[in-house]
Write a protein that binds this ligand. Structure first.
Ligand code: CP
Length: 327
C-alpha cells in the first residue's frame, strides 16, 4: 500500500485529490475488501469515534454503505434524515450542523440537494465533512467506488483506457466527479447525451463530447449509464421518456461496438428500460452490484483516512491491535 500522511480535513470532491491520494484510498479499500470477505468483518480501528449520517435527500446505497462502513470500523454511527429532523420546522442548514457538532462527532457525512452544501459545512465545522452528494456538483465516494471497480476490471492498468458516460450529464454529480478523477489517471472520458442534458460549460471539461452513439462507443473499455435526474430537471428538457429510451438506453447490442471485454456501470438507482436494458443490467457484462460492494470498502477507506488523519496511513494500518490489518 502506498504510504501517505492525509492532509485533508474533509472530502468534498475528487478534484481536490491527487492521483497518489486516490491510489492510496483505493489500495486501502482493497485491504478493507479483504476484511469484508472474512467471517468476522469488524475491526476496532475507529472505536470511540462518532460518525453522523446527515441525509437530506433520499439514498439507499450511499447511506447504507456509510453506515455499514462506520460500524465495521467500530465507529459509533448516528443517522439524521430530513423527515423527522427539525429541518422540517425551519431550522437552517448551518444551525442544524452546529447542533450536530455540539455533540462532538468526528465526521459528518452529508447529502443535500444544494450544490455547495458540503463545502458550506466544511468551512464552518471543525469536524471532518464528507460529501455524499450535493446537488449536481459532486459525489466523490461514488467516483472512487467506480474507480475501484474499473481498476480491478482493468487489473490496475488504467492509462489509455476509454470510458463513455451516457445520459443526463448536466444534472449528474456522478459524471462530474468521475471526469475529474479519471483525468488524473490518463483515462479518456467521452460523453454522450441529449443536447439539453449537457452542462453549459461541457466544452471546458476534459472530455470528448459525442453526438453519435456508435462513434462514441467505438473501442471504449467501459460504459457508464446515468440515471435521469428528473427531480433536478426543469420541464421541457426532454420530449418524452420513450423517445429518450430509444436514443439513450444502453443495451447488449451497444456493447458489440465497444472493446471485447468492455463492461457497463450505473451508479443506481437504475430505471430499467430507460437508461439501461434489463438484460444488460443482469448480464455478466454488468458491474452494477460490484459497484455497490465496492461502496462499503471505499467508504471504510474514506472514514478511516479522515478518522486517523495526521497518522501515517501505513502505520495506522499496521499498528498491532489498532490498525485494520492487526485486528
Ligand atoms: N449512487 C447513489 O448515490 O445511490 P443512492 O442514491 O441510493 O445513495
Amino acid at each position: 500500500m502506498s504510504d501517505i500522511r492525509w492532509r485533508h480535513k474533509d472530502l468534498l470532491d475528487t478534484a481536490e485529490l491527487s492521483a497518489s491520494e486516490i491510489t492510496c484510498l483505493l489500495d486501502m479499500a482493497e485491504r478493507f475488501d479483504e476484511i469484508n470477505a472474512r467471517p468476522v468483518k469488524k475491526v476496532p480501528t475507529l472505536r470511540g469515534k462518532g460518525v453522523v449520517l446527515f441525509f437530506a435527500e433520499p439514498s439507499t446505497r450511499t447511506r447504507t454503505s456509510f453506515e455499514v462502513a462506520g460500524k465495521r470500523l467500530s465507529a459509533d454511527t448516528y443517522a439524521l434524515a430530513t423527515s423527522g429532523s427539525s429541518i422540517t420546522k425551519g431550522e437552517s442548514l448551518r444551525d442544524t450542523a452546529l447542533t450536530l457538532q455540539a455533540m462532538a462527532p468526528n465526521i459528518i457525512v452529508i447529502r443535500h440537494s444544494v450544490s455547495g452544501a458540503a463545502a458550506f459545512l466544511a468551512e464552518r465545522l471543525s469536524c471532518s465533512v464528507v460529501n455524499a452528494g450535493d446537488g449536481r456538483h459532486a459525489h466523490p465516494t461514488q467516483a472512487l467506488l467506480d474507480a475501484f471497480t474499473l481498476r480491478r476490471h482493468w487489473k490496475g492498468d488504467m492509462r489509455g483506457k476509454r470510458l463513455l458516460i451516457v445520459g443526463d450529464i448536466a444534472h449528474s454529480r456522478v459524471a462530474r466527479s468521475n471526469v475529474f478523477l479519471w483525468q488524473k489517471f490518463g483515462v479518456g472520458v467521452r460523453v454522450f447525451g441529449p443536447r439539453t442534458l449537457l452542462p453549459p460549460g461541457i466544452r471546458d471539461w476534459p472530455v470528448e463530447v459525442h453526438d453519435n452513439l456508435d462513434e462514441a462507443l467505438a473501442g471504449v473499455d467501459a460504459v457508464m449509464a446515468l440515471r435521469l435526474q428528473l427531480e433536478r430537471q426543469q420541464a421541457g428538457l426532454l420530449p418524452d421518456l420513450s423517445e429518450y429510451a430509444r436514443h439513450f438506453c444502453i443495451g447488449m447490442r451497444h456493447l458489440e461496438k465497444a472493446a471485447p471485454d468492455a463492461v457497463v456501470l450505473h451508479p443506481g438507482p437504475i430505471n430499467r428500460g430507460l437508461e439501461i436494458a434489463s438484460d444488460l443490467a443482469d448480464s455478466g457484462r454488468s458491474r452494477i452490484l460490484d459497484q455497490v460492494a465496492a461502496g462499503v470498502a471505499v467508504r471504510m477507506a474514506v472514514l478511516f483516512t479522515l478518522g486517523m488523519r495526521g497518522t501515517s496511513m501505513q502505520e495506522a494500518f499496521e499498528e498491532p491491535g489498532q490498525g485494520a490489518a492487526g485486528a
